[in-house]
Design a protein around this ligand. Structure first.
Ligand code: ABN
Length: 188
């Protein structure tokens, strides 16, 4: 049995050896190796990698890339509603009515009761308490309407609402315009 198996295996090996040659095997092996080595040279699309590298990254954008947002412009004109200390005002700017941003026009009197807001000064980044007094004693000025309601609360909390005629306790309760008076730095 053993001898017959050996003979069978020998015949099979001889048959394979007749049909193949060592040189042929080495040739095929070399071809396969060359093919694998050439794979990275195939024309794959590498542009995407290059494009990704050139696109501004978030950090680069923040540092001035094409999509970076310009810093907000600081308004210094007291006749402009965007002036920082008007952040919680509701009324006509006294600066446009013969007064200044913080003083009433001649012939009017400041209201003794006011509404107080908190505005951030963009020049130093600090929060300031600002009193919004109405100037009373003349009919409405009508110039430079300015309604900014930062921090304002609904009317049920009257002291935190700016839509109130603070001239109501003045001898002459006519509302003319509003000023904003800086009271001090708010506690952080
Ligand atoms: N505090 C300004 C104002 C006056 C009259 C009515 C509404 C608001």
């Amino acid at each position: 049995m053993q001898a017959r198996l050996d003979r069978l295996m020998e015949l099979a090996a001889r048959s394979v050896a007749r049909r193949t040659s060592r040189r042929g095997f080495l040739g095929s092996f070399a071809m396969a190796l060359t093919g694998v080595a050439a794979l990275p040279l195939l024309p794959v699309r590498r542009g995407a990698v290059a494009e990704a590298a050139e696109a501004p990254k978030p950090a680069a954008a923040a540092a001035g890339g094409a999509t970076a947002k310009a810093p907000p412009k600081i308004v210094t004109d007291p006749n402009a509603c965007e002036y920082w200390k008007y952040c919680a005002i509701d009324g006509f700017l006294c600066a446009c009515c013969g007064g200044t941003s913080s003083t009433c026009p001649p012939g009017t009197e400041p209201s003794p009761i006011t509404w107080i807001g908190t505005c951030q000064n963009p020049n130093d980044g600090r929060d300031y308490l600002v009193s919004y007094n109405d100037c009373c004693g003349k009919t409405t000025c009508g110039a430079c309407t300015c309604v900014r309601n930062e921090g304002e609360k609904p009317m049920y909390r009257m002291s935190l609402n700016n839509d109130v005629n603070w001239c109501m306790t003045n001898d002459n309760p006519n509302y003319h315009c509003s000023v904003s008076v800086i009271l001090g730095v708010a506690q952080q």
